[in-house]
Each structure stands twice: as structure tokens, then as C-alpha cells.
Ligand binder design. Sequence first.
Ligand code: F6R
Length: 241
Amino acid sequence: MRIINARDYEHMSRQAANIISAQVILKPSSVLGLATGSSPIGAYRQLIEWYGKGDIDFSAVRTVNLDEYVGLGPEDEQSYARFMRKNFFDSVNIDLKNTSIPDGLNGDAEGECKRYDKLIASLGGIDLQLLGLGPNGHIGFNEPGESFTKGTHKVRLSKATVEANRRFFTDGRAVPEYAYTMGICDIMQARRVVMVVSGRAKAEIVREAFTGPVTPRVPASILQLHRDFTLVADEEALSLI
Ligand code: F6R
């Protein structure tokens, strides 16, 4: 495990974007595993800027996103599919046909999860997986207590996660209680994993996840065992280690 100590959110975002950009330059047809949430937005913004300057080309890149809320379709304002278009895909030359996100409208949970894992396998696996860190240590929507051996599956979100995500549901709608998420097994099989974390509020969970024991109680702790894991975090997030 490697730790990149960034000054603040902007610096963290540039450092992460540098790693993603190097990945795409070295392998233009890379399979990128992508995340939503506040943490990666700055990295997406930076990649968009470099794309605008002609420094990076996404035309051959394929992407698979970590997760999607069950019940939300791609046109839903709060769906992760929409988030990705708004914050990244619509601003670079990625072919939308090369982007994949679990289908939140597929009511056949088992079928959808199998389809998604087959899709990842058919792409040859993930070259670089980008992650954020949940306040309770979740990665994707793998909540505390989740087995390390699962592929894509349907989860019931913990109260803590529903609370943390309420900030995005500004129109007063309820936060969905279920999601489809890649499993820890999918994440651990990615050839490279990069996590972005910022802010004092994440310092305690960063300490637990990366200096404590590897345990399903803290899903991100498994990343200590990944062969190519880089934590890109700002000073506040690293303040307790
Ligand atoms: C997002 C995801 C989540 C977030 C995590 C942190 O696709 O899978 O695990 O990465 O909840 O969210 P932020 O970055 O908003 O603190």
C-alpha cells in the first residue's frame, strides 16, 4: 500500500487525476472502474481540463461504475448514471456505449448482478479502480459486515449510508434503501486501486481502515492486502495516522 499525502482537496484531486491520466496514456483502451460521490468529482474535473487541452484521449476507454441505487433509472436526477454523465462523461470524448453502470431498474436482482460480473469479465477485468471511502468504511456499497468474497450483489444500505447520502436528495425524496454494488471480490481483482479521501470527518475511519486489522467490520481494510493500492488523501484525512 502506498500513501500520497496531498495538501488539500484540489491537490488530492490532481494527484489522483495524474495516476488515472498515466493509466490511460499508457493503455488507451484501459478499463476504468469509477466511483460517484463528492470525493472523485475534483479528479473528474481535472481530467476534463486536461482533455480540453488535448492531453488525454478517452475514445478507447471502457468504464464500469461501482454501484447504482435500485429503483432509479439513468434519467433520474439522483441516479449514479446521471451523476457520471453530468460530472464526467458528457465533458470528454468517451463513447457512452463503452460506459456501464448497474441497471437500477432491473428488478431481477440476481440476473442483473450476474450480468454485471459477466460484463466485467468480458472486458478483461478492471485496470484501475477509483474509490471513495464511506464514513463507516464502506467501499462501493459494501457495508460493514459484508463478506470479502462477493461479486456484484444487491445490498440494503446501512442507516449511516442513507444519512450520509441524504445531502444529495435535495428534492425531499426518500433516499433509496437498496443498491446494486460491485463486491469486494470485484474490487480486489482490479489490477490497480486508487482511493481518494479528504477532510477531517474521514480521519478516524482512515486510521481504522489502514492502520487497524483487516476485518469485514471495516470493508476498506481489505485494501491493505491489495497488490497495487494507492491511498491519495489530504492532510486532514491523514491527521490521525
Ligand atoms: C460511490 C460509492 C461510495 C462512495 C463513498 C464516499 O460510487 O461507491 O462508496 O465512494 O460513500 O462518498 P463521498 O465521496 O461522497 O464521501
